[in-house]
Design a protein around this ligand. Structure first.
Ligand code: FO1
Length: 315
């Protein structure tokens, strides 16, 4: 049984390869919910939807989020009304948020709703939110940004989308983490997994919230020899998103070695790209086994090859 700890686009890409190598019914994905937001009265869970859409073959290949072949008639009309359209919700994507919001209002936990949505999209693997409780990533800005003063705290999507994550960050916290409980099945899956994969997600704002849910980090540390991380940083840069800048802004090193050191307490192995092969000795010296392989996934086949590397690394 394999468990994947996942954020958004990078994780979804790896998982699209993983399901070609591992029986999907043997895979449980534990997904970050710190990016979730309430917008237009709807509960939006971007990282869950990115994983589900990508694995269902429905996602927009350019953006990595939302549905492919999307129409925007609702957003266009909302624009005409003067409504909020900075966060783009496509016509079909809206159905997901309408369904999720309605089911949550009926009292169904997020994990149940997520299972229904994954099943409706034909997925055989299990997709679990890390928690059913409120968990929201908040970032403190290190400088002024349009509409926000230096030192102000913003929601994740304000930082990521409204501000295009082009603002320095002084701090990150995960509101609700201290009282959040792992969703049903999360600790059991991690506890019973033969392999635990930390997907190439943003270590700070994608894996950070997952690890912040009480019980998760402790269990991963206890099972460190089963955990294989894939570095989201290649040659000192993030392939997508602000991971490299966030690492530096928060006092870490934006390199595969920096990621390895950050994950060292709970990830015994890290797969790093061939461009970072020279970092392997430093990573080994940090007590993490470095496995060098191509990690840039330009196709599902490449993601499948990387998945094989991860499985081999786990032994
Ligand atoms: N990202 C953007 O940069 N602009 C958007 O308008 C946007 C809309 C959106 C709608 C649904 C969804 O599931 C994701 C969406 N994203 C958008 C991406 C989202 O901000 C990121 O996928 C995650 O929150 C970070 O991984």
């Amino acid at each position: 049984m394999l468990v994947a700890l996942a954020g958004g686009v990078g994780a979804a890409r790896l998982l699209a390869g993983m399901v070609r190598v591992v029986d999907p019914t043997e895979i449980t994905v534990v997904v970050n919910t710190g990016d979730d937001m309430s917008l237009h009265g709807l509960h939006v869970s971007p990282d869950i939807d990115t994983v589900v859409y990508t694995l269902a073959g429905l996602s927009n290949p350019e953006t990595g989020w939302g549905l492919d072949g999307e129409r925007w008639t609702v957003m266009d009309e909302l624009e005409r009304l003067g409504g909020e359209t900075w966060f783009r919700l496509g016509d079909r994507d809206l159905a997901t948020h309408l369904y999720r919001t309605q089911r949550l209002a009926q009292g169904a936990p997020l994990s149940q709703v997520t299972a229904e949505l994954a099943s409706a999209r034909g997925l055989a693997l299990r997709v679990l939110p890390v928690t059913d409780d409120p968990l929201r990533t908040r970032l403190t800005l290190a400088e002024t940004a349009p509409g926000f003063a230096a030192g102000s705290e913003v929601d994740f999507q304000d930082y990521f989308v409204r501000l295009h994550h082009s603002v320095a960050v002084a701090g990150v916290r995960f509101e609700g983490a201290s009282t959040a409980r792992p969703a049903p099945g999360v600790l059991e899956a991690i506890g019973g997994a033969d392999v635990i994969v930390a997907c190439p997600s943003n270590p700070v704002v994608s894996l950070g919230p997952v690890l912040a849910v009480p019980g998760v980090r402790d269990l991963l540390e206890a099972r460190r020899d089963r955990v294989v991380a894939v570095s989201p940083i290649v040659a000192g840069a993030a392939l997508k998103g602000p991971a490299d800048r966030l690492l530096v802004e928060l006092g870490h090193e934006a390199s595969a070695a920096g990621v390895a050191r950050l994950h060292a307490p709970w990830a015994g192995t890290i797969v790093i790209d061939e461009q970072d092969a020279a970092l392997a000795p430093a990573i080994d010296a940090a007590g993490v086994r470095a496995v060098v392989a191509p990690t840039v996934m330009r196709s599902p086949e490449a993601a499948a090859d990387l998945s094989r590397v991860v499985l081999d690394a786990a032994g």
